[in-house]
Ligand binder design. Structure first.
Ligand SMILES: Nc1ncnc2c1ncn2[C@@H]1O[C@H](COP(=O)(O)OP(=O)(O)OP(=O)(O)O)[C@@H](O)[C@H]1O
Length: 226
């Protein structure tokens, strides 16, 4: 099972509203791998990630994510795919009308957890893992940006995902806080989840090596960095 390929894209083309965003994409992710996507603003990084969780369709090429053929995946199979993904995106902020604890409980309940004790234990476990074990009672707006990002990561790992998609997880953070977030993602990765992270911060690539794809001129170019 080690090093099994969990995402495989071959010659994939992605369009939005009739415009080609990316073409000729070859991409592979193996279990437990850490991959960066870099590239200019608007080069298609987020759109690529959205194809992985079935938000953006794939029109051409072969794309397989965790055993699902993404060209022919049925709408009804998308929730079970998403349950195996942890999503850290600007579009998926914490719910502001409830505490951190309630935010996490909401996700567990929505994904089928029923036992109260198991729910409490899992929430405490993920909060501890992200160093936020004392913050469960806080409202999101009572936390700093870095703390909120830790809670978003805690939420993403609740169901022990095979893959975490992190779109600019350090984007709004100061350099030191951003580094701590990548350290946390690296730690989560070492425990078995593969991670795809987009970033504009190229310093991170030296500090925390991983496989790198550069998105440019509608293409994906693998680079060497480890
Ligand atoms: N819903 C949409 N409809 C049409 N075009 C879109 C849509 N969303 C994004 N685009 C276009 O797709 C291209 C790629 O956008 P995308 O957000 O994937 O880039 P990105 O590399 O993630 O940029 P950034 O670094 O700013 O996050 C851009 O030209 C953008 O204008």
């Amino acid at each position: 099972m080690e090093n099994q390929t969990i995402i495989s894209y071959k010659n994939v083309e992605i369009e939005l509203q009739g415009q080609i965003i990316l073409t000729g994409i070859d991409f592979e992710l193996k279990q437990g791998e850490f991959v960066y996507l870099i590239g200019k603003v608007g080069s298609g990084k987020s759109t690529f990630l959205k194809t992985i969780y079935g938000e953006v369709e794939i029109k051409q090429g072969e794309a397989n994510v965790l055993g699902h053929d993404m060209q022919s995946i049925r709408q009804k199979d998308i929730p079970s795919l998403r349950r195996r993904l942890g999503i850290v995106f600007q579009d998926f902020q914490l719910l502001t009308d409830r505490t951190v604890y309630e935010n996490l409980k909401f996700v567990l309940k929505a994904t089928g957890w029923k036992n109260k004790m198991e729910i409490e234990n899992r929430i405490q476990e993920v909060l501890t893992q992200v160093g936020m074990e004392t913050k469960g009672y806080k409202m999101p707006n009572e936390l700093s940006g870095g703390e909120q990002q830790r809670i978003v990561i805690a939420r993403a790992i609740l169901n022990r995902p095979d893959i975490i998609l992190a779109d600019e997880p350090t984007g709004n953070l100061d350099a030191e806080t951003g580094r701590k977030i990548v350290e946390l993602l690296k730690e989560i990765c070492s425990q078995g989840s593969a991670i795809i992270m987009t970033t504009h911060n190229l310093n991170l690539l030296n500090e925390f090596p991983g496989k790198v794809y550069r998105c440019e001129q509608h293409r994906f170019n693998p680079m060497h960095n480890s």
